[in-house]
Write a protein that binds this ligand. Sequence first.
Ligand SMILES: NC(=O)c1ccc[n+]([C@@H]2O[C@H](COP(=O)([O-])OP(=O)(O)OC[C@H]3O[C@@H](n4cnc5c(N)ncnc54)[C@H](O)[C@@H]3O)[C@@H](O)[C@H]2O)c1
Length: 314
Amino acid sequence: MPQAAIVGSGLIGRAWALVFARSGWTVTMTDPSAEVRAGLENSLTQDCSVLERHGLAGSVGDVVARITVAAKLEEAVAGAAFVQENGPEDCGIKRRIFTELDRFAPPEAILASSTSAIVGSRFTEDLPGRARCVVGHPVNPPHLVPLVEICAAPWTSETTIERTREVYSQIGQIPVMVKREVDGFVLNRLQGALLAEAFRLVRDGVVSPEDLDKTVKHGLGLRWSFMGPFETIELNAPGGIADYCARYNGFYQRLMEDPPGADAFAMDAVEKVLRSWPYEADVERIAALTDWRNERLAALQAHKSSCELGATKA
Ligand SMILES: NC(=O)c1ccc[n+]([C@@H]2O[C@H](COP(=O)([O-])OP(=O)(O)OC[C@H]3O[C@@H](n4cnc5c(N)ncnc54)[C@H](O)[C@@H]3O)[C@@H](O)[C@H]2O)c1
């Protein structure tokens, strides 16, 4: 079985390790923090048991046995066919990590970054092996949410792009192509547009944060868990997308004449949300809610797999 290297083993790195290992890859993880490395076996076992319980992975013992931890980056990437980088979201740090990856990984290995918002050309330009570098931006947590955005730098080779797409598909993720480098790729641009309107509506007293969340989780989001916005509007008018646009585009055009601006994310809007948010920021509560979210996501993924929605609609 091929070998994957996971470089940076925080929230995202740990989840990627499970994605590769449950598909039979051997995985070597590394992280500069000894504390993070020491906690990996426990957290991988705990996260994998959720997958096993919902039929989304084989036995915890088998999956976790395929994962080893190395103290040094050069040990972790030796022999890797695919490297997934998950270090801090900082361009300088990514540049330093990629310099080392290009130096120590086998020449044919793909070097993919999980970066959320830094386009690859900002940290790979000067590397001799820049043609094998690519962004593979996952959604948190990738062992439970399969989408991954592939975005090439201008110098990424076609072979790298194709191979990256094949690898992600083979390990059960759903790759989409971002055809040119844009800030935030696609997913975070969509999330940003929704959040900007959400903060504005709460700031302007139109709706409470609780009711805004209900509007998404009991409204838009129910369909969005198995249909995209274009698939949604196709069914919202008898004549499909063209009919929908003929009926409603005038309204959307009026709306877009007054779009939320950068001030939607300013402190007054944030404070307005926090004032009516009933909970304090509390580490234990957030950890418990994260466990609850992962259980619900696993159940939803199991349901989607059983309906083969992934196969028919992906
Ligand atoms: N958290 C999310 O929702 C999310 C979603 C998609 C993508 N991402 C991206 O994934 C990457 C990792 O994010 P995260 O949420 O796992 O952060 P995290 O803070 O949980 O993990 C980062 C890890 O990198 C390690 N690290 C620090 N310096 C390093 C170095 N020089 N080399 C290797 N590792 C180093 C840290 O010790 C830490 O364990 C970021 O680029 C982030 O933008 C995050």
